[in-house]
Design a protein around this ligand. Structure first.
Ligand code: GYE
Length: 323
């Protein structure tokens, strides 16, 4: 059985290479015979965080050979030009569909038009873009503004009057922009005072360096930290402990993602609250790709729900968390 399937996959792959550009024009049709291998180019942001690793793994698992896909994977090291170049190369290779986790919101119009003109459907996953909706087939992701709002609501209830510093995600990314909007909305009318806010680029290293700077400048005045993701919060933990302060006590830390190391820090009492951001989008992406390639209509938007965790809930959830 497996051998037969592999044979079919191989024939499909050869057919694809042979037809090359011809696939471009006649794409999307065919009424989905089911046996044809679908070639997908996936332009990932990079490998900045634990969330990103889990997201990459989820997409690789779902867009697998056994599931009828040939995946061409590219990670752009968080550089927008590199990501756009990867998408262009997918277009030139005449793939059947393109999946993008867009690093920044802006700058996508031209390349999305090029994909559209080549007849290649684009599925966006994770972050959003400012380009017109008719330039892509569908988007699946999370409600980042809601995530920021939930984090902010916790802070207002549990740390009102605090002196806050913020570690922002990648500048110009919808994840950072929308989380900041949601957080500010929740803090309206509160007595939390923002001392400083800077980007740590969603990385541990970035979080650590920026937090070191904050600690040098404001010292023990700081008693609340909002990090746009777990990894920056984890980097900040090192800086806080090195400064002789106790995370969770001297400085309350609120983050977003709920990846394993973040949940461990929460269960250990070092973080105070995490808003989840679900990275397991692979199956939904695969389903959308299959449908659009078969010419079926799909929802323009799919929002995956998130939950929140305090320290006790993290202890309970940790043993069974899949990532
Ligand atoms: O929160 C962060 C990652 O776009 C939701 O990107 C994603 C964010 C996630 O690097 O850890």
């Amino acid at each position: 059985m497996k051998k037969i399937l592999a044979g079919v996959a191989l024939v499909g792959a050869v057919a694809l290479t042979m037809t090359g550009c011809a696939t471009n024009g006649g794409n999307g049709g065919g009424g989905g015979g089911g046996d044809d291998v679908i070639t997908v180019g996936f332009a990932q942001t990079g490998s900045e965080s634990g969330w990103r690793s889990a997201n990459t793994e989820s997409l690789k698992n779902a867009l697998s050979e056994e599931n009828g896909f040939k995946l061409i994977f590219n990670a752009a090291d968080n550089k927008q030009e590199a990501q756009i170049a990867a998408v262009r190369s997918f277009i030139n290779q005449g793939v059947d569909a393109i999946v993008i986790a867009p690093i920044t919101v802006d700058g996508w119009d031209d390349v999305l038009k090029e994909a559209k003109d080549a007849g290649i459907p684009v599925i966006l996953e994770d972050r959003t873009v400012s380009a017109s909706e008719d330039l892509y087939a569908s988007w699946v992701g999370l409600d980042f503004q809601k995530e920021g709002e939930l984090a902010g609501e916790w802070a207002v209830k549990n740390a009102d009057g605090a002196n806050l510093v913020v570690l922002e995600g990648t500048t110009g990314s919808s994840a950072a922009l929308d989380r900041a909007t949601g957080w500010s909305k929740a803090l309206e009318g509160s007595t939390i005072k923002t001392l400083d806010s800077q980007t740590g680029d969603f990385t541990r290293d970035g979080g650590k360096k920026v937090m070191e700077g904050f600690l040098q400048k404001y010292g023990s005045e700081i008693n609340l930290l909002f990090a746009h993701n777990d990894d920056m919060g984890l980097g900040a933990l090192d800086a806080i402990e090195a400064a002789g302060l106790v995370p969770g006590q001297d400085i309350k830390i609120v983050t977003i993602d709920a990846v394993h190391d973040g949940m461990q820090a929460l269960a250990d009492g070092k973080f105070s609250f995490i808003v989840e951001c679900n990275p397991l989008l692979g199956e939904k992406v695969a389903e959308l790709v299959k449908k659009v390639v078969a010419g079926e209509s799909v929802d323009k938007k799919t929002i995956v729900p998130d939950q929140t965790f305090d320290q006790e809930q993290a202890k309970e959830a940790l043993p069974t968390r899949p990532y």
